[in-house]
Write a protein that binds this ligand. Structure first.
Ligand SMILES: NC(=O)c1ccc[n+]([C@@H]2O[C@H](COP(=O)([O-])OP(=O)(O)OC[C@H]3O[C@@H](n4cnc5c(N)ncnc54)[C@H](O)[C@@H]3O)[C@@H](O)[C@H]2O)c1
Length: 193
């Protein structure tokens, strides 16, 4: 991208800091606008390149929380994992680096035919499968991980998977990072915090 400077709102967070990392990796200097309500400035410490942080609230939104980060922190500290419902509910888990790459691909292409793109893998993964894959990524025995069932949350969507055909075709995205590899990288990021 021929952009010398970019602004990333929420850039100190989990997704945002990966976008910042991808930008600085290509020589773009970045202004992060973040109120640090759910993150810490130290998330930016690992980045090389020019990154400036402006602590600022951009809207009236409440705090955001990445449920998966909490899930990993419990696994890494040996605490039981809480599974709402029977664990057969599914989601489409995409690695944060792929989310950053999709954002950059969209920013690189001002003449895209659409304004909204799904960023995912197109693969449905159940919470049970995620739990086992996360244990594998953490080099733990998947059978030894204790999941404490909790009542299904009212109104929760049972199955969720994204149609990524448009984003693959129009953003030219590479194949997504495989689940266990993505989890391994994410666990490394959480351990380093
Ligand atoms: N992490 C995931 O797996 C995931 C999955 C699906 C969707 N999302 C969505 O992506 C977004 C980012 O997720 P994340 O995991 O990076 O969360 P995060 O909490 O790590 O990052 C959000 C960042 O925004 C900042 N922020 C919040 N309110 C602000 C405000 N008013 N002004 C300025 N900065 C503000 C926070 O301080 C934080 O740095 C969220 O909307 C989340 O729901 C995340």
């Amino acid at each position: 991208m021929a952009v010398g400077r970019a602004v990333v709102t929420g850039g100190a967070g989990f997704v945002g800091s990966s976008v910042v990392e991808a930008l600085t990796g290509r020589g773009t200097s970045v202004l992060v606008v973040d109120d640090l309500s759910t993150s810490a400035a130290s998330n930016l410490d690992r980045l090389t390149g020019t990154v400036e942080l402006l602590k600022h609230d951009i809207r009236d939104a409440g705090p955001l929380r990445a449920a998966f980060t909490a899930f990993c922190e419990r696994l890494l500290t040996g605490r039981p994992l809480i599974v709402f419902g029977d664990g057969t509910q599914t989601r489409d888990f995409v690695h944060v680096g792929d989310v950053a790459a999709a954002n950059l691909a969209a920013a690189d292409s001002p003449d895209l035919p659409h304004r909204v793109y799904n960023v995912g893998t197109g693969t449905e993964v159940s919470i049970r499968e995620l739990l086992r894959a996360t244990a594998t990524a953490a080099s733990a025995d998947p059978d030894a991980v204790v999941a404490v069932p909790a009542p299904r949350r009212p109104g929760e969507v049972h199955r969720s998977c994204l149609d990524v055909r448009r984003s693959v075709a129009e953003l030219g995205l590479a194949r997504p990072v495989p689940l266990v590899e993505g989890l391994r990288r994410t666990l490394g990021w959480i351990r380093s915090r």
